[in-house]
Design a protein around this ligand. Structure first.
Ligand SMILES: NC(=O)c1ccc[n+]([C@@H]2O[C@H](COP(=O)([O-])OP(=O)(O)OC[C@H]3O[C@@H](n4cnc5c(N)ncnc54)[C@H](OP(=O)(O)O)[C@@H]3O)[C@@H](O)[C@H]2O)c1
Length: 337
C-alpha cells in the first residue's frame, strides 16, 4: 500500500497573490525513458501518497493520460480540485497570434480541467525542434529572442488570465536581461518562474532577482536530472548526486544524495519539481520536506557545490548565425539578438 504523507504536513509557499502552494511538486517529463502511461500511473500514485502539485506541459505528450488520472481522483474524492496546483506550458510552436489560447484550450481539455493553476511560456523563443531530435540538429526557421515577439505571446497569456482559464501566468528559462526588458511591459506580471536549479547550478543572481520581484522560483531538474538521455549530456557536465558536498550531507543524514538536493531546494526557497516513476523515490521525495531538516552549516556547505553546470543548454533552439548555446543565456548581461 502507498505510504500517505498528510499534505497538511508539507510546508507551503505563499505567492504574491496570497495563495499558498506546496513547497514541492512532481515533474511529469518522461522524456524518451518513460511512456505516457508510466508517467500517468506515477501521478496516480503520487496523488494517493499526498502530492498536490504537478508540473505538466503539452510538449511532454502525456497530458491526456494524466488528465484521466486527475478526473478519476477527483471523481473518487481522493482529492478536491482546490487542493491541487496543476501547471502546464505553451510549447514553442504555439506562440503565434491566437495559438496560445488554442494550446491552453487543448491542455485544459486533455487535463480535464476548468482552469490551470499556473500556465507558463515554456521557452522565450518560438523555435521548434522535433521531439527527441539529435542535440546537433538545428531548425533554419529559428529566431533570436525578440521583446516584441515575446510580448505578443505574453498578451495572450494575460488574456487567458482575464478569462479565468489560468489562475497564474509564468515564464520559464528566462535571464535577467530578458526579464528587465519584458517585466515593465507586462500588464499582468508573472507570479511564478521556472528555472533550472540544483546544487551544482544555483543561479544565485537570477534567483535573487526573481525573489526581489516577488516572483516564486520553481526549480526544474532539482536532482540534476541524473538519468537524462545521453544526447542531453556533455563531457563537462557534473552529477549533483556525486559531488562531495552533497554526498557528505547525505551520509550525515543517511539519505540518498537526491534527497539532499530536494531538502536544500526547499530550505533555500525554490519549489523543486522532481520527477520519478518509482514509488519509493517519489514517496521519499515528498516525505523529506516534512522531517529532518538540513542544518544552517549544511546549507552553507552546499553553497560550495556550485559548479555553474547548466544541464538544459537549449542548443536545439539556436538560430542561424548564433555561435553556441551560451547565446541563449545572455551571459554578458545583454540580450543576444
Ligand atoms: N520548464 C522547463 O523548461 C523544464 C525543463 C526541464 C524539466 N522541467 C520539469 O522538471 C521536472 C524534473 O526535471 P528532470 O526530470 O529533468 O530531473 P530531476 O527531477 O532532477 O531528476 C529526475 C531523475 O532523478 C532520479 N530520482 C528521483 N528521485 C530520486 C530519489 N529519491 N533517489 C534517487 N534518484 C531519484 C530518477 O532517476 P531514475 O528514473 O533513473 O530512477 C529521475 O528520473 C521535469 O519532469 C519537468 O516537469 C521543466
Amino acid at each position: 500500500m502507498t505510504e500517505f504523507i498528510n499534505p497538511s504536513l508539507v510546508p507551503k509557499r505563499k505567492l504574491i497573490t496570497g495563495e499558498e502552494i506546496p513547497c514541492i511538486g512532481m515533474g511529469t517529463f518522461g522524456s524518451d525513458r518513460f511512456s505516457p502511461d508510466q508517467v500517468a500511473q506515477a501521478v496516480a500514485g503520487a496523488i494517493r501518497c499526498g502530492y498536490r502539485m504537478f508540473d505538466c506541459a503539452s510538449v511532454y505528450g502525456n497530458e491526456a493520460l494524466i488528465g484521466r488520472v486527475f478526473e478519476q481522483a477527483l471523481a473518487e474524492g481522493v482529492v478536491q480540485r482546490d487542493e491541487l496546483f496543476i501547471t502546464s506550458k505553451v510549447w514553442n510552436d504555439m506562440h503565434g497570434k491566437g495559438d496560445v489560447l488554442l494550446s491552453c484550450a487543448k491542455s485544459l481539455q486533455d487535463l480535464q480541467l476548468d482552469y490551470i493553476d499556473a500556465y507558463f511560456v515554456h521557452w522565450p523563443f518560438p523555435n521548434y525542434h522535433a521531439p527527441g531530435c539529435d542535440g546537433d540538429s538545428r531548425n533554419p526557421d529559428s529566431k533570436p529572442f525578440s521583446v516584441e515577439r515575446f510580448m505578443e505571446t505574453w498578451r495572450q497569456m494575460e488574456r487567458l488570465y482575464d478569462l479565468g482559464l489560468v489562475r497564474h501566468i509564468g515564464m520559464s528559462s528566462m535571464t535577467i536581461p530578458k526579464l528587465e526588458a519584458v517585466l515593465p511591459l507586462c500588464r499582468i506580471k508573472p507570479t511564478v518562474i521556472e528555472m533550472e536549479l540544483h546544487p551544482c547550478f544555483q543561479q544565485q543572481a537570477l534567483f535573487d532577482y526573481v525573489i526581489a520581484h516577488n516572483i516564486q522560483p520553481i526549480g526544474f531538474c532539482p536532482i540534476g536530472s541524473p538519468t537524462r538521455p545521453q544526447r542531453d549530456m556533455t563531457p563537462d557536465d557534473v552529477a549533483d548526486i556525486e559531488v562531495p558536498e552533497v554526498v557528505e550531507v547525505a551520509k550525515a543524514h543517511r539519505i540518498h544524495p537526491a534527497v539532499v538536493c530536494l531538502k536544500w531546494a526547499v530550505q533555500r526557497g525554490q519549489i523543486p519539481i522532481p520527477f520519478s516513476v518509482h514509488e519509493n523515490e517519489y514517496v521519499s521525495n515528498l516525505r523529506c520536506t516534512t522531517e529532518d531538516p538540513l542544518t544552517d552549516a549544511e546549507m552553507d556547505s552546499l553553497r560550495n557545490a556550485e559548479r555553474d553546470c547548466r544541464l538544459i543548454k537549449g542548443q536545439v533552439f539556436l538560430w542561424p548565425g548564433a555561435s553556441d548555446w551560451h547565446d541563449l543565456w545572455d551571459e554578458d548581461g545583454v540580450i543576444v539578438e
